[in-house]
Design a protein. Structure first.
Length: 422
């Protein structure tokens, strides 16, 4: 766990746990990646060509969030490119976290970057405060440079690797985020082997699903079959490595669920009310995939976190996650996918959460291929760690609750329609 203790003492307001995803430079970026979904969000703020979070907004954001009662104060700094803010901004971040924190509190900072702007000064600060840094890297140069380019069309791979070297020199904890596109989907083993060959052992693979205004798949996006085949390829390569030195976030998350019942990544959950996305000016949205005017919840400078959490618009957005297609109720894999991310259900065809995920067939292909082996691994883990019925979660050892009561997972559905639907 990334944490550091702060010296001051204060009382916190009890509140439902949530984390923050922050866009301090909005959609501004030093690259022009062909598939970036957030570039167009600059249209939300047409009054300025440059978007940067001001100090008053930053202080209000941190002071108000750290005034709530959280098991861990989790800040994810994303973009655009958050390194555009420079080292002084992140010095101010940790200064304010220290000022408004309290003794014994845990603070987790995650920075997602293309690493091109990484400097020794910034890396040293990130290391000093235990930031976890995610670096976007799609594979070897010939793959990465296909879509991840500068404005002049030049590939960014060499500069990304330079920045990654700076982070390593300062012992910053890093992982790699690889977007799976039409270019690298059929090269799963090549991408995996390349990352491992570079000494990179923490992998996160994200599917690229983007459509144009007429619900036509963009040329860089994935077919369901390509996603399924990619997952199967990566899984086979990963599970064959008995050293278990490589962590693939999605496989780890599936094992976590199978062992403890805990869903640790958002698209596996049944309610999307897990975090808030905060724009550079303090505007708050339920998710960065859904930063749009009709889903604007408020602003950190004017609205309290309890008010935002209680927003009818926010609650409806969260509950929509479980308003899946009727076929999902009969699917043997529902407990693992929960209908998938709303973005993959709403961004093609009819704009309704009851539509099947674009990637549904791919996930079915993967679960059919890998689930039994994952279940076997989960059994081994439970046996090795002496898990008992009393120590596993309610999803493994069902809670004693009426099927007509609200589900304890917080989805807003009755238990029989949610986690009791086994």
């Amino acid at each position: 766990m990334l944490q550091w203790l702060k010296p001051t003492m204060k009382k916190s307001t009890p509140i439902k746990p949530f984390s923050l995803l922050i866009k301090p430079a909005s959609a501004d970026c030093n690259l022009r990646c062909a598939y970036c979904f957030y570039t167009e969000k600059a249209e939300l703020y047409p009054g300025s060509a440059v978007h940067r979070m001001s100090d008053p907004v930053l202080e209000k954001l941190i002071s108000s969030y750290m005034g709530t009662d959280q098991p861990q104060y989790a800040f994810a700094w994303q973009g655009g490119e958050p390194a555009l803010m420079g080292v002084d901004f992140y010095r101010r971040v940790t200064e304010l976290q220290s000022r408004y924190g309290f003794a014994g509190a845990s603070v987790a900072n995650h920075l997602q970057t293309n690493a091109v702007l990484m400097t020794d000064e910034l890396a040293e600060h990130l290391a000093g405060y235990n930031f976890l840094v995610g670096v976007s890297l799609d594979g070897p140069a010939e793959i990465h440079d296909h879509f991840r380019t500068f404005q002049n069309g030049e590939g960014s791979h060499a500069q990304v690797m330079r920045g990654l070297g700076v982070l390593r020199r300062h012992n910053v904890e890093t992982n790699i985020l690889t977007l799976v596109t039409s270019v690298n989907a059929g090269k799963g083993r090549e991408v995996y082997d390349y990352l491992v060959g570079q000494g990179i052992f923490y992998h996160q693979y994200i599917p690229c699903v983007e459509f144009d205004g007429r619900s036509r798949l963009m040329p860089y996006a994935l077919s369901p079959e390509a996603w399924g085949e990619f997952l199967c390829t990566i899984f086979d390569h990963w599970i064959a490595d008995t050293s278990r030195q490589v962590s693939v976030r999605y496989f780890d998350a599936l094992l976590q669920y199978l062992v403890t019942g805990e869903r640790i990544i958002c698209h596996m959950t049944r309610n999307c009310n897990l975090y808030f996305m905060v724009e550079h000016n303090g505007d708050v949205y339920p998710c960065d995939f859904f930063a749009q005017r009709d889903l604007l919840l408020g602003n950190v400078c004017n609205d309290s976190w309890p008010k935002l959490l209680d927003s009818r618009r926010y609650k409806k957005f969260g509950i929509d996650k479980s308003n899946w297609h009727t076929d999902c109720d009969r699917c043997p894999y529902l407990q693992l996918c929960a209908g998938d991310c709303l973005k993959h259900r709403l961004n093609h065809g009819t704009q309704t959460p009851q539509q099947k995920s674009w990637l549904c067939a791919g996930y079915k292909m993967f679960f059919s291929h890998a689930l039994q082996r994952l279940q076997n691994m989960a059994t081994e883990i439970r046996n090795r760690n002496n898990f008992t019925d009393a120590s596993t979660s309610r999803f493994i050892q069902p809670v004693k609750i009426s099927r007509n009561q609200s589900c304890p997972c917080g989805s807003g559905l009755k238990y029989k329609k949610c986690c009791g639907n086994h």
